[in-house]
Design a protein. Sequence first.
Length: 166
Amino acid sequence: MTDWNAISQLSARLGAKAKAAGVTVTSAESCTGGLIAGAITDIAGSSSWFDEAFITYANAAKMRRLGVSDDSLSRHGAVSKAVVKEMAEGARLAAKADLAVATSGIAGPDGGSIDKPVGTVWMAWASATEVECRCFHFSGDRQAVRLQAVFAALSGLLEKIPPYRG
């Protein structure tokens, strides 16, 4: 079970690595509703590597704020590889950040389907040169799914920051 203490420790590691590497980070969140940004801004000094974030819970917000296409939403749904890819790319460009993470999922307790059961969360991590997308299937109640998603999102960001070569 992922708890906030584990997330805080991971955020601190992310902050130290981002600051040392001179990398800036942003997030585009749907199912996590700002929890990623909250975990990051819990770290003192995070303003040196984290400038802004986007909570785009509604599809209209995803289109308006991040440039997600209506076509992607219509064809694939909000919880999809296509949509989180566009969310991550849009957030990175809008925030002028080096790295972005995007999340969209079904935290429950309702809203799942056979194809996309509760606990399904798509994530994307975008840099100037690549976008990696992954689908996760978390278990537990709504809060457990959201916390696991935050931990996975931060872990992915940490992996994407190049090692400091000072």
